[in-house]
Ligand binder design. Structure first.
Ligand SMILES: Nc1nc2c(ncn2[C@@H]2O[C@H](COP(=O)(O)OP(=O)(O)O)[C@@H](O)[C@H]2O)c(=O)[nH]1
Ligand SMILES: [Mg+2]
Length: 223
């Protein structure tokens, strides 16, 4: 797996990120953490780990991922979270599938058969099903969990998409643009763990609205 770079956006994750990086020491992957320079506590918490830190000049989850993508030098990339909810044990299965099925992007899914989430609440389950349904209805997306954004794929293909969303609308811009470019995408089952510590950064109302707006704009081809 030395040809995979994990891009990990992090915001105020001083309790979780060191544990995530400790767990990742057993895996032969390159790691880039993308965060704001002012996030001193998170930066300090990972000073002893072998990973690259990339400082954002702007803000936001999507902004961090776009910056991370621009800096990848390996053939494959993976979007990974700093909160401990993604299990690195799933990486090799995802990477093997990408290669054996000659896919471009694989989207892990909490809603496939034999999948689960310890982090979902009733509200997030409803939201996730709603946005995944909308993705199928408006864009015919062949994925079963549009907002999870535990994604592995080919670096050159994702760079080509020229992604723009600086906020959580990134989660829908990625599969919609990829499908429009006729990339080969599919879902694979995943078990989401609960976050280790710290606070969830997604605000259901604010970010739900931004995501809905992005989907409508993309459907109408406004941007
Ligand atoms: N750099 C950066 N990372 C962020 C931002 N918002 C969230 N993240 C990171 O993105 C990942 C997903 O956020 P999280 O709170 O776990 O989202 P949720 O579990 O889907 O509600 C985590 O690693 C966060 O630390 C942000 O504004 N900037
Ligand atoms: Mg999370």
């Amino acid at each position: 797996m030395d040809n995979i770079t994990l891009i990990i956006p992090a915001k105020k994750e001083r309790e979780s990120l060191p544990k995530v990086l400790t767990e990742l020491q057993d895996y032969n992957v390159k790691i880039k953490i993308i965060l704001e320079s002012s996030d001193y506590e998170t930066i300090h918490s990972i000073k002893d780990f072998d990973c690259e830190i990339i400082h954002q000049t702007s803000k936001g989850y999507g902004d961090a991922l776009i910056l991370g993508i621009k800096n990848i030098k390996t053939e494959y990339f993976c979007i990974f979270n700093a909160d401990g909810s993604f299990n690195p044990k799933e990486l090799s299965n995802m990477a093997n599938l990408l290669i054996s099925e000659d896919g471009d992007l694989i989207f892990a899914s909490r809603y496939e058969k034999n999948a689960s989430s310890e982090d979902d609440t009733i509200v997030t389950i409803i939201g996730n099903y709603f946005f995944t349904f909308l993705g199928k209805l408006l864009f015919n997306l062949p994925i079963t969990d549009i907002l999870y954004t535990f994604v592995i794929g080919k670096t050159d293909k994702v760079i080509d998409l020229n992604l723009q969303s600086k906020d959580f609308a990134f989660c829908v811009e990625l599969p919609i643009k990829a499908h429009r470019k006729k990339l080969k995408l599919f879902s694979v089952e995943s078990h989401e763990r609960s976050r280790i510590a710290g606070k969830k950064k997604v605000n259901v109302i604010r970010d739900g609205f931004l995501i809905l707006k992005k989907m409508i704009y993309m459907f109408l081809k406004i941007n």
